[in-house]
Ligand binder design. Structure first.
Ligand code: GLN
Length: 318
């Protein structure tokens, strides 16, 4: 006679869990069941189906059950596994950081475009000449271009950019020491720690106001107070409010950043901000009011929402 646990094969466990999540209103029930079971067994999601008739042993079953209970209580899958994929990179997360969102890949894509445009135009501005030695036969070193991310959280955005833009060096700021520790760990694992310098800072206060950056990207907290009340419990009760809440209209941090950024960004450099639902026109207006930017543009995410606002630091008025 086989023990009762013999019937808990991988496939039976997945089916039961997906049904349970579904009846309890847990989002993406099947995916959640797969990710949590794969995590429990330290295998890939695909492996689950290659070994679908393998039974779980009592110890595995107990660990899996504990995760199912926590998920049912609202805890996000990414905090349960400690991982989230972003820009095809495995990013480690803890409750100290916002879980990277797929729509934030729009910010990365828009920043890559801006960086390319900047590099193509740098020769015209004479930037290439500055770093070249006057004599000697050594090949001139390419100028290093600096980027800045404000509010790095897990580090997902700045690490994705550092991996793509291999000639650039980066500064990554956050007010949270715990978040910076997570970001540093992720940068180290992805071999980007030598090109990203992480610093604790409230907005830009840790930096001297020198216009050295060619790119400034930020996914600041932008959720308006009233909207915060309506967010699912899964976000409200588990993700760091400091990474989400942006005051009455959500723009409490974006407003000062737009005012201060011209002191830090080179003429011809770009500022890119992630924004929330219906905020893009307001943020465009904020950029315009300063008179310090041109080429204002809103960029839509995959769901058609205006998700990123991009602006170029004006060339010195002449
Ligand atoms: N998009 C996030 C959400 O799910 C908000 C992120 C932010 O405030 N920067 O609410």
């Amino acid at each position: 006679m086989s023990g009762p646990q013999a019937s808990w094969t991988i496939l039976a466990t997945l089916r039961w869990t997906a049904d349970y999540f579904r009846t309890k209103g847990v989002s993406e029930p099947r995916a959640a069941a797969e990710i949590l079971l794969a995590h429990t067994l330290s295998v890939s999601r695909l492996d689950l189906y290659l070994r679908y008739d393998q039974p779980l042993n009592p110890e595995e079953l107990a660990r899996f059950k504990a995760l199912v209970v926590r998920r049912r209580a609202g805890e996000p899958v990414a905090y349960l596994t400690g991982h989230r994929e972003f820009w095809s990179l495995d990013i480690q997360v803890t409750p100290a950081v916002l879980i990277p969102r797929p729509e934030t890949e729009t910010l990365v894509a828009a920043a890559l475009e801006a960086a390319q445009f900047y590099e193509e135009n740098e020769v015209e501005r004479g930037g290439q000449g500055e770093d070249q030695p006057k004599t000697g036969s050594r090949k001139p070193k390419p100028p290093s271009i600096w980027g800045l991310e404000l509010g790095v959280g897990s580090g997902a955005v700045v690490i994705a950019l550092a991996k793509e833009l291999t000639r650039m060096a980066w500064v990554g700021l956050d007010t949270s020491g715990a978040a910076l520790a997570v970001a540093r760990g992720n940068a180290r694992r992805h071999g980007a720690l030598d090109r990203v310098h992480f610093l604790k800072s409230d907005l830009l206060t840790a930096l001297k106001p020198y216009a050295v950056f060619s790119l400034l990207v930020a996914n600041l907290p932008y959720v308006p107070r009233a909207e915060w009340e309506r967010l699912p419990r899964e976000i409200k009760a588990f993700e760091p409010p400091g990474a989400l809440l942006g005051g009455e209209d959500g723009l409490d941090l974006i407003r000062p950043l737009i005012r201060q950024a011209p002191q830090y960004v080179k003429a011809g450099g770009w500022v890119l901000l992630e924004v929330g639902d219906r905020q893009a026109p307001l943020v465009v207006a904020l950029f315009q009011q300063t008179g310090a930017y041109d080429r204002l543009e809103s960029i839509k995410d995959f769901s058609g929402m205006e998700r990123v606002v991009r602006a170029r630091r004006r060339e010195a008025a002449g």
